[in-house]
Design a protein around this ligand. Structure first.
Ligand code: KG4
Ligand code: ZN
Length: 337
């Protein structure tokens, strides 16, 4: 069965195609058009700009995906209905409905976060019961997964900023280019991660064990930089970047390991654009190895937003026997897992 996935929740227009054999999805096409360059001068994603870019990119991206997969039409279409930017989601959902109607194929509305988890099966095969740590510009979640065709359990999330958002804000503070994550990651390579003891948010004994908070950390970085400047001292940008990154990686990986132990599972899956971060990856590798946990990390291209993740989740949902969605299905910008 050929399943197409359409993604438009943020600034990536994605159309992916997978072949589903009832157990495993195989990647046939992965076409993405990003409007990231258009947002760069604003220092963050501008919803209106993202929506317009989706409208322009959708049909060409669809055409490229059909050519790459060498198909005329799929057997089913899956589309992200949330969570995400309201206007951006509308473009993908409207396109998915139009194609489903024109091709007379069923439509399946899916959750973006589930897609970030399901995409891992394309590289590493069927997924056992596990915990997923999703970190991107829009989300920071610890999820409990038993069966990808069934609803996912939310174990915890951020109470303020997403992890990637914290990277983007700290990058701006340090005058590093947008998107901030890759810039912080690059400059941190020349810094000392132990130079500054930044706070680890939500790690007190009375804090929710699987929730996160990054706004205090961002404020701590701002105060540190301001204090140095006021006192007439230099600011070592590599040291600040490395110490900040260390604090984020520390909290994310410690809570993820604890979540695995609490659920009594031995598989941790990483997903979302910020898992491209070299320190989050290396710390996750070190700590999972020490705890006897298997770590599954999709390649960076699959960790960022794309259409294949939607197709992969759609395939599992179809495999689980879910009914198709009506063509009246709405978007759900604030959708939880
Ligand atoms: O998943 P994604 O492409 O889009 C969504 O936000 O849904 O993730 C983008 C986010 C941005 O905040 C970006 O700064 C962050 O992921 N990111 C990184 C790195 N690469 C991307 N954060 C830290 N280190 C990186 N190497
Ligand atoms: Zn995402």
């Amino acid at each position: 069965m050929i399943v197409m996935g359409i993604e438009s929740s943020c600034d990536e227009t994605g159309v992916g195609v997978v072949d589903w054999d009832g157990e495993k999805a195989t990647l046939l096409a992965d076409e993405v058009a990003s409007s990231v360059d258009e947002h760069a001068r604003y220092g963050g994603v501008v919803p209106e700009v993202a929506s317009r870019a989706h409208l322009q990119a959708m049909v060409p991206t669809m055409t490229r995906a059909r050519e790459a997969a060498d198909i005329d039409r799929p057997d089913a279409i899956a589309v992200t209905i949330g969570p995400g930017l309201a206007g951006a989601l509308l473009v993908g959902v409207a396109a998915a409905k139009a194609y489903a109607l024109a091709w007379d194929v069923p439509l399946y509305a899916v959750n973006h976060l589930g897609g970030h988890v399901a995409v891992d099966t394309l590289e590493h095969g069927p997924m056992p019961s596990s915990v997923a740590l999703l970190v991107s510009g829009g989300h920071t979640h610890l999820l409990g997964i038993d069966d990808l065709s069934r609803p996912i359990v939310e174990m915890g999330t951020t109470v303020d900023d997403a992890a990637g958002e914290a990277f983007d804000k700290v990058a701006r503070l340090l005058d590093l280019p947008y998107p901030g994550g890759p810039s912080v990651d690059a400059i941190a390579r020349d810094g000392d991660p132990t130079a500054i003891a930044f706070p680890r948010g939500m790690t007190g004994p009375r804090d929710a064990p699987f929730d996160f908070s990054f706004s205090g950390l961002k404020t701590a970085v701002a105060r540190y930089v301001e204090g140095r400047v006021r006192a007439g001292h230099d600011v070592s940008v590599p040291d600040v970047a490395a110490s900040f990154q260390e604090a984020v990686a520390d909290v994310l990986t410690a809570k993820a390991i604890r979540a695995c132990q609490t659920r009594d599972v031995t598989t941790l899956v990483l997903g979302g654009g910020a898992t491209a971060n070299s320190r989050i990856r290396s710390m996750a590798q070190e700590r999972t190895a020490a705890a006897g946990i298997d770590l599954r990390v999709p390649r960076p291209r699959l960790c960022t937003d794309n259409g294949v993740m939607v197709a992969a989740l759609g395939a599992h949902v179809i495999g689980g026997g879910a009914p198709a969605s009506p063509l009246t299905v709405a978007t759900d910008p604030g959708m939880s897992v």
